[in-house]
Design a protein around this ligand. Structure first.
Ligand SMILES: Cc1cc2nc3c(=O)[nH]c(=O)nc-3n(C[C@H](O)[C@H](O)[C@H](O)COP(=O)(O)O)c2cc1C
Length: 187
């Protein structure tokens, strides 16, 4: 049976994104653990262009980027949690996202077909308590990344003022926002 994948994209172990991911996972029937991107080695895209001809990254098999994409191929849905770093995603998360360029180009070249679109949800934590534009860098990137992998972003929890590693678990409103999002998923 296909299941949703829950993944924290934070480099900080045990921090707010991890806590949000684990809470989301606990809200899903039968799920208890979320993946952590930082547990996997992902090299950055070098823009070499090899994937434009082959449809496959030349680093495929040398690190975990494609293995992680293949795990997502098997998923019924996806939940990503991440912190805001300088108004965007942390560098490892962006490195992994850039590696999806091989998927994008393979599709553009007609080497792969569009699959069934599955739902995705995102929880983003920001240390700053205010700022209308805090999430404006991240959301379009996530949408286009998810599109390449046949996911549609169906809902978000955008949490402000969550900074120290214990802030998420100490904030009733933040935890409730994640529970509500998990409830909306219907998983
Ligand atoms: C390198 C770095 C850059 C950050 N940039 C921002 C920022 O631009 N805006 C913001 O609100 N918080 C920023 N923060 C704070 C984090 O978003 C915040 O501490 C968050 O809770 C970390 O989540 P985590 O525990 O899941 O890693 C930054 C933190 C770091 C370490």
């Amino acid at each position: 049976m296909r299941r949703p994948v829950v993944m924290s994209l934070s480099p900080r172990g045990g921090g707010n994104s991890d806590q949000a991911a684990d809470l989301f996972a606990r809200c899903l029937h039968g799920e208890s653990h979320a993946l952590r991107l930082r547990d996997h080695h992902v090299a950055p895209c070098t823009g070499c262009g090899a994937c434009a001809a082959a449809g496959v990254c030349r680093m495929s098999g040398e690190d975990a980027a494609d293995d992680l994409f293949m795990r997502l191929d098997q998923a019924s849905g996806l939940v990503l949690t991440a912190p805001v770093y300088f108004y965007h995603l942390p560098s490892q998360a962006k490195a992994w996202i850039d590696r999806a360029q091989s998927r994008y180009l393979a599709r553009q070249a007609g080497l792969t077909a569009v699959g069934a679109v599955r739902p995705a949800y995102a929880v983003i934590v920001a240390g700053r308590p205010r700022g209308e534009k805090l999430f404006e860098g991240i959301l379009p990137t996530l949408r286009y990344f998810l599109d390449v992998l046949d996911f549609r972003l169906e809902g978000t929890a955008l949490l402000r003022g969550i900074d120290e590693a214990g802030d998420f678990s100490g904030c009733h409103e933040a935890m409730q926002a994640v529970r509500d999002l998990a409830g909306r998923s219907g998983w």
